[in-house]
Write a protein that binds this ligand. Structure first.
Ligand code: DX5
Ligand code: ZN
Length: 218
């Protein structure tokens, strides 16, 4: 599967509804929502109320990326707000298996996220329970950072693990995805490509999304 998920972190927050509609019309497959708490990452963004508002203006799946400590406390709120996927960082969950099942029980699809320094092996005993693994291509917190090349090897290793176990788990990559990097990320085995600045910093969203899709399939 090859899907493009624009990250609202790089959108114009004063015109958030319009921005969501614009990327939907431009060919986006999912909408990626970065939730940051100023503790796990040094930046603060949206909460469930914003997810609920975004839910009202699009039919696309909402891909909610929780960069917060104690994510279990907020899972039900984000599910109720209309999140389709909820992903938690491995680094924030002492009981990752429990967090994943909390997400599914709340009615959303669970995902787990690996920071650049976190190994794939942390997922071995939970990967069969998740719909999505998100590999960070940068250290989380900000848009517009350069892609960390070692993430490609991590995607390859993850693809091997998923194949070995005979699973359908999606691999998503977030951070530093651009028309330049997306081809090698796709070749490494990723399915879903999150792009913030590569889409929202362009003045032609359909062209930006088209160029990502073309580089993925090239
Ligand atoms: C980073 C966020 C990303 C961010 C990506 O912490 O999780 O989703 O928006 O931004 P770009 O695509 O500009 O690297
Ligand atoms: Zn993200």
């Amino acid at each position: 599967m090859r899907l493009i998920a624009p990250s609202l972190l790089a959108a114009d927050f004063a015109r958030l509804g319009e921005e969501v509609r614009a990327v939907e019309a431009a060919g986006a497959d999912w909408i990626h929502v970065d939730v940051m708490d100023g503790h796990f990452v040094p930046n603060i963004t949206f909460g469930p109320a914003v997810v609920e508002a975004v839910r009202r203006v699009t039919r696309l799946p909402l891909d909610v990326h929780l960069m917060i400590t104690e994510p279990d406390r907020y899972v039900a709120d984000f599910a109720r707000a209309g999140a389709s996927y909820i992903s938690v960082h491995v680094e924030t969950c002492a009981h990752l298996h429990r967090s994943v099942h909390l997400i599914r029980d709340a009615g959303a699809r669970p995902g787990v996220v690996l920071n650049p320094a976190t190994p794939v092996e942390t997922l071995e005993w939970v990967i069969a329970d998740v719909d999505l693994v998100l590999v960070m291509g940068v250290n989380p917190g900000f848009g517009g950072q350069a892609f960390i090349p070692s993430s490609l090897d991590k995607v390859r290793r993850l693809r091997r693990l998923i194949t070995e176990k005979g699973l359908q788990t999606l691999i998503e990559v977030d951070g530093g995805v651009s028309a330049k990097t997306v081809g090698s990320i796709a070749a490494a085995g990723a399915d879903v490509f999150v792009a913030g600045s590569a889409i929202f910093n362009s003045d032609d969203y359909p062209a930006a999304i088209r160029s990502l899709k073309e580089s993925v399939t090239a």
